[in-house]
Design a binder for this molecule. Structure first.
Ligand SMILES: Nc1ncnc2c1ncn2[C@@H]1O[C@H](COP(=O)(O)OP(=O)(O)OP(=O)(O)O)[C@@H](O)[C@H]1O
Length: 230
């Protein structure tokens, strides 16, 4: 079953000669429960595509359907609710709130939505990610790898159907990258979520079930991988 369907998505910036075709007619389906890696040169449109799937940005043309919900015509408020309930974002720069503790950062999406905390899930996620002893620490007291694990926990805490990760290991050394990837993949498998991840790292892309290559705002190729050799 497909959890994301993208129909002929277009996003252009600017006009005339300077116009940039960030997305130039993308058609794509993403199967539920799978890990899809998105690769491509800098400026090829990867982040723009991820932002459209996550309802962070709206296309000029085309349609995005996530978990049976079309984002077309949604108002900003509806998109915000959609993002909080359906999507977990993980960014390269972690994007943690420095004035909140690790615990508060992880629970932040729930507090925005007025949702109650699933204490078992919180304990499970923080244990899987090795954060149970750091819950009262401030983000800047953790290493880069530790901060990214907090960002992973925050993305998972509301049990979103889909996790969108924009180069989540881009600022980590190889050991921390492997750790974060291992935790992320294990968590996604445990909670039956779908992971879409932008990466420049081909080793990481090989861990995915499927790799999509984007060039000049178009899908240039896609291949199933023989993942699972984690
Ligand atoms: N808000 C914007 N205004 C103008 N141009 C933009 C805007 N956002 C993106 N672009 C342009 O659209 C193109 C695609 O950008 P995008 O960030 O999606 O690429 P990317 O593949 O994610 O690149 P990178 O790997 O460097 O992050 C680029 O040429 C970029 O400069």
């Amino acid at each position: 079953m497909d959890i994301v369907t993208v129909h002929h998505l277009k996003k252009y910036y600017g006009k005339g000669e300077k116009q940039v075709r960030a997305l130039d007619g993308i058609d794509l389906s993403i199967e539920k429960g799978k890990f899809t890696a998105v690769i491509g040169a800098s400026g090829s449109g990867k982040t723009t595509l991820l932002n459209m799937i996550g309802g962070m940005d709206v296309p000029d043309e085309g349609e995005v359907i996530v978990d049976g919900i079309s984002l077309r015509g949604m108002k900003e408020k509806e998109l915000a609710v959609f993002r909080r309930r359906k999507v977990g974002f993980i960014h390269q720069n972690f994007n943690l709130v420095s004035a909140l503790t690790v615990r508060e950062n992880i629970l932040f999406p729930l507090s925005l939505d007025g949702a109650s905390q699933d204490k078992m899930l919180f304990r499970e996620i923080t244990e899987i990610l090795g954060l149970e002893d750091r819950l009262d620490a401030w983000p800047d007291q953790l290493s880069g790898g530790g901060q990214q694990r907090v960002a992973v926990a925050r993305a998972l805490i509301s049990r979103p159907a889909i996790i969108l990760a924009d180069e989540p290991t881009g600022n980590l050394d190889s050991k921390n990258s492997q750790n974060v990837m291992g935790f992320l993949k294990m968590s996604v498998e445990t909670y039956h979520q779908t992971l879409v991840m932008i990466t420049h790292n081909l080793e990481i892309a090989q861990m995915a079930d499927r790799v999509i290559r984007i060039e000049d705002g178009r899908i240039f190729g896609q291949e199933e991988t023989h993942a699972a050799q984690f």
